[in-house]
Design a protein around this ligand. Structure first.
Ligand code: XMP
Length: 315
């Protein structure tokens, strides 16, 4: 019978056997899959694993710093790279969603490659690919690096073999493995988050100021969701910054500011999703807090579309 404990035992033994004294590099995203992969590899080969965590400037508020602390707490050998400016520069003026994805994906590979080249004798590329990714690839770490690898994009000196210890698991199994490994629940229960991050939740072009507005609004939404005990009941939630200004009044003054949309869905696999029936009192609180505290937002709307025909993200 499959149990998290038996999976860990046999996988760690296999990894030791397969990897011997070889060195492995792995890109961490802050998400559940890459984190559990890292902890498994760390258990098997320890310091022969080097992890790279790239800040593309499109993460949630304080996410990079918080997640770096979590990784260090887990004893992982992790290199954090601040590449915000590089990404903001490459994205300036770009509005088309797929083009944004390409730029972010390529930027990510470039930074990863650059870091990888500073290391010596790497033989393997670890990836947090899980079974649904094998069927329908979605994540940056699951797709771009893999195709990059497969098309031979990595330089000759770095012909890396792939090691994907979670490739036969579903998400709920990955979470159970993470808990069994003693990882903190807040890491394990984390909602899915797209590789391009807030870059595809800012409709239209991306600027550091828009990122600031979205991070602040999103932080209020997520914090209240946790406070109200709603976070674990939701598959995924986030705020979308719309390219729409509208008129409002603040005190005695007329405002002409941005609109944000709140999104929250229930799902089991992201292939289909229902909009979450969040309590009105909660929505009222979130709306008030965002409008009162986030400079640049004067209107909040709630997305009541399910997938299909809508998608979870807006881009
Ligand atoms: P959609 O919007 O297609 O999203 O209903 C389904 C799931 O995939 C995530 N998503 C992405 N993840 N890179 C990713 O790593 C992407 O470009 C991307 N686009 C969507 C989305 O957040 C949801 O969990």
């Amino acid at each position: 019978d499959w149990t998290p404990a038996s999976f860990i035992e046999s996988t760690v033994a296999e990894l030791k056997e397969q990897l011997g004294n070889d060195k492995v590099i792995l890109a961490l995203s802050g998400g559940v899959d890459s984190s559990v992969t890292a902890v498994l590899l760390n258990k098997a080969i320890g310091k022969n694993l080097t992890c790279i965590f790239v800040d593309h400037g499109l993460l949630r508020k304080n996410e990079f710093e918080n997640v770096m602390k979590d990784y260090e707490h887990l004893g992982l050998n992790v290199i954090g790279v601040n590449a915000k400016d590089k990404f903001y520069k490459a994205l300036a003026g770009v509005t088309e969603p797929e083009q944004k994805r390409k730029i972010i994906g390529k930027g990510f590979i470039d930074v990863f490659d650059e870091e990888a080249h500073k290391l010596k004798d790497i033989k393997w590329l670890g990836q947090g690919t899980i079974y649904p990714d094998v069927i329908e690839s979605l994540s940056i770490t699951g797709t771009v690096i893999k195709s990059h690898h497969n098309v031979g994009g990595l330089p000759d000196t770095m012909k890396l073999k792939l090691v994907e210890p979670l490739r036969l698991l579903f998400k709920d199994e990955v979470r159970r493995v993470g808990i069994e490994l003693g990882m903190q629940p807040h890491l394990i229960k984390r909602h899915p988050f797209p590789g391009p991050g807030l870059g595809i939740r800012i409709l239209g072009d991306i600027t550091p100021e828009k990122v600031r507005i979205l991070q602040d609004a999103d932080d209020i939404y997520m914090s209240l969701m946790r406070e109200w005990g709603l976070y674990d009941k939701i598959w995924q939630a986030g705020v979308i910054l719309l390219p729409i200004q509208s008129v409002g009044v603040m005190g005695d003054e007329r405002t002409y500011e941005n609109t944000v949309a709140l999104r929250a869905v229930t799902s089991t696999d992201a292939m289909t999703a229902d909009w979450a029936q969040l309590p009105y009192e909660f929505l009222a609180k979130v709306s008030n807090e965002i409008i009162n505290k986030v400079k640049g937002v004067n209107r909040v709307v709630y997305d009541i579309s399910s997938k299909p025909p809508a998608t979870i993200e807006w881009e």
